[in-house]
Design a binder for this molecule. Structure first.
Ligand code: SAM
Length: 205
């Protein structure tokens, strides 16, 4: 990871992901998490204040040390034990069947090989374990998709490999998850090509 990725981008991610408008999605996506949780692409910990009381611990996976440091205040205020357990969601340092729940918020867009990350989540989730997700991806409308394809090379350069055209539900299903809840929506007040979101829950059978 270069200087931009390690020192600059985590501050930009902290500001953009920390926008107040995201808080209601974080509250919703974290509801129902239980027990031992693995969170991939932890960033600067904006989900931490939303972990429900049923969460006993969180193992955070985040490559950017600056992101982890920016999470400091949120971590200090949290009753949940959170540890930085790894650097790469594509290769999780855990035994099979280690976790009750998993969390991914606006991360599958950025991980270089999201299929590998989802395979790993399935491996480390106990049978019946739930992955809670909110992700942006390919829009349902063709005119928006055209803008997403045009802008994606710029987005990838500016935001550390962030893609605009990944298909969230097909990726989950291809990894063997059962999607048991999902809702697609455009985040209001943002250009639609940046704001095609899917929130939901997928179960590892
Ligand atoms: C758009 S940010 C989202 C951060 C956070 N999930 C949130 O909701 O605020 C994407 C995050 O994925 C992280 N990331 C990039 N590559 C990764 C990888 N291979 N494994 C795990 N996380 C990764 C980035 O460092 C960044 O923190």
């Amino acid at each position: 990871m270069g200087v931009y990725g390690e020192r600059v981008l985590p501050h930009i991610v902290d500001l953009t992901c920390g926008m107040a408008s995201n808080a209601r999605h974080r509250q919703r996506v974290c509801a129902g998490l239980t027990g031992e949780v693995v969170e991939i692409g932890f960033g600067s910990g904006h989900n931490v204040p939303h972990y429900p009381a049923a969460v006993t611990s969180v193992d955070a996976i985040e490559p950017a040390g600056t992101g982890w440091r920016l999470a400091g205040k949120r971590l200090a205020a949290s009753p949940v034990r959170v540890r930085r357990a790894g650097l790469d969601g594509q290769v999780l340092p855990f035994a099979d069947d280690s976790f009750d729940s998993a969390l991914s918020t606006w991360t599958l867009c950025t991980i270089p090989d999201p299929a590998a990350a989802l395979r790993e989540l399935r491996r480390v989730l106990r049978p019946g374990g739930q992955l809670h997700f909110v992700e942006h991806g390919l829009a349902p409308d063709a005119d928006v998709q055209r803008w997403q394809h045009r802008f994606e090379p710029v987005q990838k350069r500016l935001f550390g490999g962030c893609h605009l055209t990944r298909e969230v539900l097909p990726m989950l299903r291809a990894a063997g998850f059962d999607v048991v809840e999902s809702e697609a929506f455009y985040e209001p007040k943002a250009p639609r090509f940046l704001a095609a979101e899917t929130i939901g829950v997928a179960v590892s059978p």
